[in-house]
Design a protein. Structure first.
Length: 391
């Protein structure tokens, strides 16, 4: 492309429509816009920003500099690396969850930025490049298929952003299939390790109540409350007294980034839900209120139910530490987590409702029944009886 064509294309005008004086004026405006100047050494220099990224180019000939400048502003040289910061800003402006933004950053730091894909012009990236990107990621560190989907999804979102900017309307990540054997195979625990038996449940709740009253720590009672509500640990930490109205509790916010912040929304829209408080849950809430009063915490609508040792809201890992402490005290063969309580709740609710998966889905705050089914554990006793009948 000639210098004249570069000027014209960049200015969105054609010289045949302009007088010579008008063209000179337009060129001056163009050069001022992109800070095109001649340095003392005779070379030409342009300093400008595109998509939030600073460009500083120098060329011996002015024509070459303008040609290079045109490639940049037209998107011909735009890469994932060059628009990454703008992509993050736009994602934040669109209301993407902080957790999602953090996942984007980790994907870029640990994998994307360390591969060739990051520096290939977006307009030149092909499906083959995406496949090569996958192989490079695996070479950096073996990954599971699930994480590969997250990496590919991040790159795909960059292409969506690029189309928004008019850089390219192609998305080479679509339809890419990679051999499953290349990934680290997911490990599966036995179902008995994923949920609490009735005996274990009773033991944990009894011990949690004892620890809570003896140590004057309401977080232990929060463990028992989770058995009643089946909420996520992040939702449990964000509960406020104002969420409770008579015999219902409104799940409407959660902590994020391992407790670094709180957002006034749940993991998905389906997570915003009202749960009925049974007599046991109501009794636990009253005990929690009393313990908080002893510790000097008020119970106004804006106050949290559970507090960290420093007086701020409780964090998810604090509940996991406490339930592990209880299980070690009880000599559990397999240590289970707060999320395993949620699985236990789903399983019991499914059985008690006569297999009404839609009802359980609503209680769990899941977007699909497929998610809920994944939480429901098979009863090994029932399986044995079924196999005996078949035999």
């Amino acid at each position: 492309m000639t210098t004249e064509e570069c000027y014209n294309d960049s200015l969105k005008t054609f010289s045949i429509f302009l007088t010579e004086d008008e063209m000179i004026k337009k060129r001056k405006e163009f050069e001022d816009k992109y800070n095109i100047r001649q340095e003392k050494d005779g070379r030409y220099r342009a300093v400008f920003f595109v998509d939030g990224c600073k460009h500083d180019i120098r060329r011996v000939k002015k024509e070459k500099l303008i040609e290079e400048l045109h490639k940049i502003i037209s998107g011909e040289t735009t890469t994932i690396r060059s628009i990454w910061d703008s992509f993050l800003i736009r994602s934040t402006e669109q209301g993407k969850r902080k957790g999602t933004i953090e996942n984007y950053k980790k994907a870029f730091k640990n994998y994307i930025s360390r591969t060739h894909l990051c520096d290939i012009p977006l307009v030149k990236i092909t499906p083959r490049d995406i496949e090569d990107f996958c192989l490079e990621c695996i070479a950096l560190k073996p990954i599971k298929k699930r994480y590969w989907k997250e990496l590919k999804g991040t790159v795909s979102q960059v292409f969506v952003f690029a189309s928004y900017r008019g850089i390219t309307y192609a998305n080479p990540t679509r339809g890419i299939k990679v051999n499953d054997n290349l990934f680290v195979q997911a490990t599966h625990k036995k179902d008995t390790k994923k949920y609490f038996s009735q005996t274990e449940k009773e033991q944990v709740q009894k011990t949690a109540l004892e620890y809570g009253k003896r140590l004057q720590d309401s977080r232990y009672l929060g463990i028992s409350l989770t058995f009643c509500l089946g909420v996520r640990a992040a939702e449990l930490c964000a509960l406020k007294w104002g969420d409770i109205e008579e015999n219902t509790i409104h799940i409407q916010r959660e902590v994020i980034d391992h407790g670094k912040g709180i957002i006034d929304s749940t993991k998905t829209p389906a997570g915003n839900r009202f749960l009925t408080l049974n007599s046991k849950a109501l009794a636990l809430l009253e005990s929690i209120r009393q313990l908080n009063q002893i510790k000097g915490y008020s119970s106004n609508d804006s106050d949290f139910l559970f507090h960290a040792d420093d007086g701020t809201y409780a964090k998810p890992n604090q509940f996991d530490k406490k339930i592990r402490k209880i299980e070690k005290k009880l000599n559990f063969e397999e240590i289970k987590s707060m999320h395993d309580i949620r699985r236990t709740f789903a399983t019991e609710a499914y059985k008690d409702s006569g297999g009404n998966i839609v009802k359980v889905q609503a209680l769990m705050g899941h977007s699909t029944t497929a998610q809920t089914y994944a939480y429901i554990m098979d009863d090994p006793t029932y399986d044995a009886e079924l196999m005996e009948k078949i035999g």
